[in-house]
Design a protein around this ligand. Structure first.
Ligand SMILES: Nc1nc2c(ncn2[C@@H]2O[C@H](COP(=O)(O)OP(=O)(O)OP(=O)(O)O)[C@@H](O)[C@H]2O)c(=O)[nH]1
Ligand SMILES: [Mg+2]
Ligand SMILES: [Zn+2]
Length: 250
């Protein structure tokens, strides 16, 4: 059983006994070189939380979004700590994803979480991201009684302190929930084969199946439609490059 599972419970006196775990609409995994672990079930939206400080990895953000796409989960970007003066530069880096359609909410969890509320409606949203970006601070802003632990990030290490250790679901209303999760350092995608990986790049989809060779790896094969699209500016070469890097690491 993982966070977000729906279960059937039988009453047994004062206690409840879980009789069955209902089929999952989605299941998100996190993995590193050593192991794979389920994070949460039945998530309908993955919100990647970033901030100008500590610094964030755009590759890690994209890996999270790719994992979401693979599971048919909507991707959302949250740029937190908008009170920091370096925020416009962080916003600029996110263009790589906002240009292909991913929605972005910019806010300061310390000041006001209201800008996020409309995007949460009707979704089970998993907050994910590097340590220190402010996921738990955001939970506390949305749920006044939550008392989620937060901690200042380390300026010396330019990273958070891995304060949150468990994944926890907070119910917003009957059909909306928000899940806090421990900070990520890496997000492996070994479980995606070449085809699944290519499909996870949403802007590649119109071009897939149009390469000269059916088993095209989109590397140096002649007649590769994806490389043509990158050369023509229809897809960002940086995204094709990320695809190639991830594919080679299978
Ligand atoms: N300036 C500023 N600081 C913020 C904001 N939101 C959060 N912080 C600070 O950022 C630090 C990290 O916040 P957390 O909420 O603990 O971060 P987290 O993403 O939950 O970190 P992990 O649980 O380690 O993954 C804390 O010192 C927060 O007070 C914000 O909007 N502005
Ligand atoms: Mg936290
Ligand atoms: Zn190709």
């Amino acid at each position: 059983m993982v966070c977000g599972d729906r279960v059937e419970v039988r009453r047994d006196g004062d206690a409840g006994v879980i009789e069955a775990v209902l089929p999952r609409a989605s299941l998100l995994f996190r993995s590193d070189a050593f192991r794979t672990k389920a994070i949460a079930a039945n998530v309908t939206q993955l919100a990647v939380v970033v901030a100008a400080r500590p610094s964030f990895s755009m590759e890690l953000v994209q890996r999270c979004i790719l994992a979401a796409e693979d599971q048919g989960i909507a991707g959302l970007l949250i740029l937190n700590k908008s009170d920091l003066p370096e925020t416009p530069a962080a916003r600029e880096r996110l263009n790589l994803l906002t240009r292909i359609g991913y929605p972005l909410v910019t806010l300061s969890a310390l000041n006001d979480a209201a800008p996020l509320r409309p995007a949460l409606q009707g979704h089970s949203t998993l907050l994910i991201g590097q340590s220190g970006m402010g996921k738990s601070t955001l939970i506390n802003a949305l749920f006044p009684g939550a008392e989620a632990m937060t901690a200042e990030y380390s300026e010396a290490l330019d990273s958070g302190r891995h304060t949150t250790t468990h994944t926890r679901l907070h119910r917003l209303d009957a059909d909306s929930a928000v899940i806090d999760s421990p900070g990520l350092q890496e997000f492996a995608l070994q479980h995606l084969d070449t085809d699944a990986l290519a499909h996870a790049f949403v802007e590649f989809r119109p071009f897939l199946g149009q390469c000269r060779f059916r088993d095209c790896k989109h590397e140096s094969e002649p007649g590769c439609r994806l490389r043509e699209a990158a050369a023509a500016g229809d897809i960002n070469p940086a995204r094709l490059q990320l695809f190639q890097t991830l594919r080679r690491h299978h």
